[in-house]
Design a protein around this ligand. Structure first.
Ligand code: NAD
Length: 489
């Protein structure tokens, strides 16, 4: 486990010696300490990334050359996958098979952007001009020094969604993982080092968001900030970036609806509702946390859902067969329990779940189903970010669409129906950046990811994710020999 910061290809201790405890959320054991970068390290990392961009080889290499490093990093993750997955589970709490899946996806993300880096070579778009005296073309170039600030719910995967496209584009980067889950992000430094990545291209600073995160966001030599996390911090980052017109992309929270029509197969509906909200303990920005069920199916579906939710095996993520681990940390655990208490105060019924009392230590919340909540209650409106689903019946398709869209968020949505035409119609009407039909949550590196409304701005993944790190330049040439004749007649 790393205990230093990765700056300019070197492992360095924070100048003021600050370290943060790493707590296993299943046992509350402090099993490591990570370095907390401060303003001095932010300065050093930006300087290194700036130098690597302005004068180093990285942005000048062909995409084909950069792709080799990206593929080596993908392989580096794969070679260490079992060890990294255990680290992720101890750090975050999620069941080991989920960590293994995340890390395989992270490796796949580096491979995917290696392919796109190669496609950038020689990419030129001829621009048709109405004026025949000129010819014009558009080319794309790396936009400079990028900062990635990532959350704790998918630690290495969220980092990869930003690091891989940034490097593929030819940017240099400073990665700031969440203070609760920095272990695998720091290991990515070792993986980059082993891949021979030139110094300064990727710098990794663990530490507090309010200290090192803020210093990076405020730094005038940073060209771009890519952020995933909470709305309030995203809003602050956007405001800070406005000062010197930084490029900002934000992936924020959600309160995503799942509309289930009565013609759906009930067992499939139960499976996908559970996957939509209990996977990763519900700590998923796209979690389908508001379920709307067509009235005739509602009683039976609720009954089956409660039955199955109660069967989910809760335990240490490292234990065989665990399907639900602890929440990531004490703060998140207390927050989720507060949300459940408030839901009850505001009139909701806890159909199952709540605080899980099975263990002496750790941050456990059982799969929780809330019913009877008012449409203006916090439980229905606010992101809970835990294994808590709100479920209610609806009568008509129009009502379902209205209720689904009645949110300040617009990250994801899902619809299930045996009638394909209806499913497509509802999918088209849902105001969200990601819409799943007959499922919820499967995420693909090739497809665009991001939110409408207050769920963010910009898109990650796919070719859209690469666009985040590129500037477009037009090059226009005068090809006519005719005198221009404005001043010189
Ligand atoms: P957060 O927004 O506080 O933290 C996300 C990242 O931003 C972390 O790396 C953090 O260190 C950094 N950060 C915090 N303050 C910063 C600042 N002033 N400048 C720069 N960087 C800063 O989120 P959190 O505390 O980890 O979780 C709080 C809530 O955010 C959760 O309960 C949930 O609602 C939401 N969340 C959403 C996602 C998502 O994927 N959309 C992921 C995690 C959390």
């Amino acid at each position: 486990m790393q205990n230093k910061l990765f700056i300019d290809g070197q492992w360095v201790a924070p100048a003021d010696g600050t370290m943060l405890p790493v707590i296993d959320p299943a046992t509350e054991e402090v099993f490591h300490h990570i370095p907390a970068a401060g303003a001095a390290e932010a300065e050093a990392a930006v300087k290194a990334a700036r130098e690597a961009f302005d004068n180093g080889p990285w942005p000048r290499l062909s995409g084909k050359e950069r792709a080799k490093y990206l593929r080596a990093m993908a392989q580096g993750i794969r070679d260490r996958l079992p060890e990294l997955a255990r680290l992720e589970t101890r750090d975050n709490g999620k069941p080991l098979p989920e960590s293994e899946w995340d890390l395989a996806d992270a490796a796949g993300c580096f491979d995917f952007y290696a392919d796109l880096a190669e496609e950038l070579d020689g990419e030129v778009e001829e621009v048709k001009l109405a004026d025949a005296r000129f010819v014009s073309k558009a080319v794309r170039e790396p936009l400079g020094v990028a900062v990635a600030i990532v959350p704790w719910n998918y630690p290495l995967l969220m980092a990869s969604w930003k690091v891989a496209p940034a490097l593929a584009a030819g940017c240099t980067m400073i990665l700031k993982p969440a203070e609760t889950t920095s272990l695998t992000a720091l290991e990515l430094g070792a993986i980059a080092e082993a891949a021979g990545l030139p110094k300064g291209v990727l710098n990794i600073l663990s530490g507090k968001g309010s200290v090192v995160g803020q210093a990076l966001v405020d730094h005038p030599q940073v060209d771009k900030v890519a952020f995933t996390g909470s709305g309030p911090v995203g809003s602050r980052i956007m405001a800070a970036g406005a000062k010197d017109i930084k490029r900002i992309s934000l992936e924020l929270g959600g309160k995503s609806p799942f509309v289930v029509f009565a013609d759906s197969d009930i067992e499939k509906a139960v499976e996908w509702i559970m996957f939509g909200i209990f996977w990763n303990q519900g700590q998923v920005c796209s979690a389908t946390s508001r379920v709307l069920v067509e009235a005739p199916l509602y009683p039976k579906l609720l009954e089956r859902l409660i039955e199955e939710a109660k069967k989910i095996k809760i335990g240490n993520g490292l234990d065989e067969g665990t399907l639900l681990g602890p929440l990531v940390n004490k703060g998140q655990y207390e927050d989720v329990l507060r949300h459940i208490d408030r839901a009850v105060e505001q009139g909701a019924t806890v159909a199952c779940g709540g605080k899980h009392e099975g263990f002496n230590r750790g941050f456990w919340v059982a799969p929780t189903i809330l019913t009877d909540m008012a449409l203006d209650s916090d439980a229905w409106v606010e992101e809970i970010f835990g294994p808590v689903v709100c479920i209610r019946p609806f009568e008509t398709e129009d009502e379902a669409i209205h209720l689904a869209n009645d949110s300040r968020f617009g990250l994801a949505a899902a619809v299930m129906s045996d009638d394909d035409a209806r499913a497509e119609r509802v999918a088209a009407a849902l105001r969200a950046g990601i819409v799943w039909i007959n499922c919820s949550q499967p995420t693909f590196t090739e497809a665009p990811w991001g939110g409408y409304k207050q769920s963010g701005t910009g898109r990650e993944l796919g070719r859209w994710g690469l666009d985040n790190y590129l500037e477009t330049k037009q090059i226009t040439r005068l090809v006519s020999d005719e005198p221009w004749g404005w001043y010189l007649k």
